[in-house]
Ligand binder design. Structure first.
Ligand code: TPP
Length: 559
């Protein structure tokens, strides 16, 4: 009888669930998984330099492919290092599975001082995982992993975790004694209640001025085709949140092209009599801290019942998968076709908003235009928390779904490692990471991962020698008392070259387009460094609360 280790059961079960690439960093307790990976080279393993990166890479992979991203970490500190990344995936509803080891089963949670002994490892992560569990033994591994995939994919996608004790990973059993779970890839998705779909279709067909609000749920559920068909049937303009960007192409005749909180669009909301919101939670950043006034009637589609009516009262809630629910609505509308869009010329509105941005930030918008015009239509852009990203989140034209990756959680250091994961998921696409000097330094050693595994991305590094956005806030709220925000940076050129990668140093934003083109054509990861200070982002939608008693004043810094 052939014997298998627990590690092999892990790897074979991952394979059975369609996984062919994992991101990770080994440790003594997890080595049996690595021995199984050694024996199964068809499952590629990208070895990173920090566990946080493994989880970011899994996040990037999942966001662009729509399939779960998987990371493997070792017990205790190794697993704990993923927390900021797992929190980001949780906040943004991204399906990431973390398989982590545990100390020997007879020692767990006994506080005896075993190497890497975590205190309640599952409890530590409970707040930022949708579900996590320990496999009780080797035979238990397939079912627990299967449950992790099912939970992650069947309703709202969010991270899950499976923990396996090191003795169970290294132990052996008869392969035939293992209750293997070999699922088909499709987990059933939830459809909306038919009677409510009828009611919603009736309301939409009789609305005089409907608007559609597309959130990240549309991208997560691959619902963009249904969204566009519904918008066309209703001739309804579509606004898109940051996570929903690309759900409708920027240049579609019904795409307003800008985020719902843009001031120019407020009159649109005021004139509308019905908002159809899909896959959104109306987060602070999308609603100017819930100050945005919505139309009188709100129909909300969401896979998570808890989101319906949570931030704005909903007239009607359709609980279900965005793709299925939009498809049901289309069917219920039958041959109904609105004659024309009540807004009139949506493209003219779009150019008006674009013009506002150009007036407010000619330098900033020229840089973003250079980027947009240089990269391909379906290029994947991954944004860190840097001033260019705040401008882009408000103004950047996005043409394809899942091509604008932005951490809704506001996580600094996200951009570069997530871009690497996105490239692994979509090797034939251009992947560009836009990052500041502060954010890039969170994951600099991953230049080594890029070099070792030939992951070819372009890094656009905007270097202002500091935490620029925090300097803006210190200007506004703290009398320009700059503290802990100036950075002594390394020579990024020599550093990049030390990893065997390419660096293109510019003197300013001039020549950005040609430099970016060269980088995109390069056969290796290339860092284009642009010394430039972006201005204060306009239309800041969610200012942090002001310290009590401090009047708002203009500082002496640039604005
Ligand atoms: C994990 C994490 N730590 C700290 C912060 C706070 N933070 C937000 S932006 C920022 C500065 C970013 O500096 P840089 O990457 O150089 O971009 P710039 O603001 O200069 O454009 C900091 C420290 C955060 N958002 N996330």
């Amino acid at each position: 009888m052939p014997e298998v280790t627990g590690g092999e059961v892990v790897v074979r079960t991952l394979q059975a669930h369609g996984v062919d690439v994992v991101f990770g960093l080994p440790g003594v307790h997890a080595l049996a998984i690595y021995d199984a990976l050694y024996a199964h080279p068809e499952v590629h393993h990208i070895a990173v330099r920090h566990e946080q990166t493994a989880a970011y890479m899994a996040d990037g992979y999942a966001r662009v492919t729509g399939r779960p991203g998987v990371c493997i970490t070792t017990t205790g500190p190794g697993a704990a290092n993923t927390a900021a990344a797992m929190g980001t995936s949780y906040f943004d509803s991204v399906p990431v599975l973390n398989v982590m080891s545990q100390i020997a089963s007879n020692l767990v949670d006994r506080d005896k001082g075993a190497l890497h002994e975590p205190k309640d490892q599952l409890g530590f992560f409970r707040a930022i995982t949708k579900w996590n569990a320990r496999a009780g033994g080797i035979e238990d591994i397939p079912a627990v992993l299967h449950e992790a995939f099912r939970t992650m994919l069947v309703e709202r996608p969010r991270p899950t975790q499976v923990e396996v004790c090191t003795d169970h990973l290294a132990g052996k059993v008869d392969s035939e004694a293992v209750p293997w779970v070999m699922p088909s890839q499709s987990f059933p998705r939830r459809a909306a209640e038919p009677a409510l779909v009828e009611e919603a279709a009736h309301a939409l067909a009789s609305a005089e001025a409907p608007i559609i609000w597309a959130g990240g749920g549309v991208n997560r559920a691959s619902a963009w085709e249904e969204l566009v068909r519904l918008a066309e049937a209703l001739q309804a303009p579509v606004v898109t949140t940051v996570q929903g960007l690309g759900a409708i192409p920027y240049d579609h005749p019904l795409a307003v092209g800008y985020r719902p909180y843009d001031r120019t669009l407020t009159p649109l909301m005021e004139r509308s009599d019905l908002l159809l919101a899909v896959g959104t939670r109306f987060a602070a950043g999308q609603t100017a801290n819930w100050n945005l006034k919505l139309p009188a009637r709100l129909i909300q589609i969401d896979i998570d019942e808890g989101e319906v009516g949570k931030n704005y009262p909903a007239t009607l809630g359709l609980i279900g998968d965005a793709r299925l629910a939009l498809g049901q609505l289309l069917e219920a509308l039958g041959s109904h076709r609105a004659a024309a869009c009540w807004v009139g010329d949506v493209a003219a509105l779009r150019s008006q908003v674009a013009g506002n941005f150009k007036t407010a930030g000619p330098r900033e918008m020229a840089v973003l235009d250079d980027i947009r015009q240089t990269v391909e239509r379906d290029a994947i852009l991954v944004w860190d928390q840097t001033k260019p990203a705040y401008w882009a989140a408000r103004s950047f034209p996005v043409y394809e779904p899942r091509t604008f990756l932005y951490p809704g959680y506001g996580t600094l250091g996200y951009g570069f490692p997530t871009a690497l994961g996105a490239k692994v998921g979509m090797p034939d696409r251009q992947v560009v990471c836009i990052v500041g000097d502060g954010g890039f330094q969170y994951a600099l050693p991953e230049l080594a991962t890029a070099a070792q595994f030939g992951i070819n991305v372009t890094v656009l590094l905007f270097n202002d020698s500091g935490y620029g956005i925090l300097k803006v806030l210190q200007d506004i709220d703290f009398q320009s008392h700059y503290y802990a925000v100036d950075l002594l940076n390394p020579d990024f050129g020599r550093l990049t070259e030390a990893y065997g990668l390419t660096h293109i140093g510019l003197k300013g934003p001039e020549g950005l387009g040609p430099a970016l083109r060269r980088a995109l054509e390069s056969d290796r990861t290339t860092v284009v460094e642009v010394p430039m200070e972006f201005g204060r982002p306009m239309a800041w939608p969610s200012p942090p609360p002001r310290p009590a008693g401090r009047p708002r004043r203009r500082g002496r810094g640039r604005s």
